[in-house]
Design a protein around this ligand. Structure first.
Ligand SMILES: C[S@@+](CC[C@H](N)C(=O)[O-])C[C@H]1O[C@@H](n2cnc3c(N)ncnc32)[C@H](O)[C@@H]1O
Length: 178
């Protein structure tokens, strides 16, 4: 099929699987194989290397910016890690605070549900899952879901959280990958 270029993003689309040069702020440059991108030009690069004069520095870690509730973000992650499974999934996501606690805790649980779904997709058997949650009326039903998937589930109240804060972490161990 012919590579049609009608919109700016078509250029990126046609470059998938090819080596691309990325011009960053402060005149930094990277090269790597373009795996995926989104409409905000968040991109995922394989074999990313930073160009430093005549030499290249291998970047062992690829950062991906994206909305975890979007299928496209999950697809991007799948493309990067392939069939591999991970040991830990950690979510520090929290919603934009509206000031209405009932709404905020519901949004927090919604993000937690997405991170749990993510963990179920990518965790190894016996893997660990940690997520930040605003405790509230929707928490108990979320806790039931986690307990079905992990052998050990505990709540953790960080010292750094304000005393009045309902922000907690759930620490779940031993993922039951069945
Ligand atoms: C408390 S901050 C976490 C800060 C981070 N741990 C750090 O130290 O920089 C909450 C983060 O959740 C992110 N977030 C909220 N909703 C998200 C979503 N749907 N997908 C991905 N990240 C999200 C926000 O962008 C924000 O950066």
């Amino acid at each position: 099929m012919k590579n049609v270029i009608e919109r700016p993003l078509d250029v990126l689309n046609n470059a998938k699987g090819k080596e691309v040069l990325v011009q960053l702020k402060n005149n930094r440059q990277m090269v790597g194989t373009l795996l995926a991108f989104d409409m905000h030009i968040n991109i995922a690069l394989d074999n990313a290397k930073e160009i430093l004069g005549e030499s290249r520095k291998n970047l062992g870690l690829t950062f991906l910016k994206g909305d975890l509730t979007e299928d496209s973000t999950i697809d991007n992650i799948k493309q990067i890690i392939g069939d591999k499974k991970v040991d830990v999934v950690l979510s520090d996501m929290s919603p934009d605070i509206s000031g209405n606690y009932s709404v905020d805790q519901a949004r927090s649980i919604w993000l937690c549900e997405h991170s749990l779904k993510f963990a179920e997709m990518f965790l190894k058997s016996n893997g660990k899952f940690v997520c930040k949650v605003f405790e509230g009326e929707d928490f108990p039903s979320f806790a039931v879901k986690i307990k079905q998937k992990f052998k050990s589930v505990k709540r953790f109240d960080p010292i750094a959280s304000r005393k009045s804060s309902s922000e907690k972490y759930v620490i779940a161990k031993s993922f039951k990958n069945s």
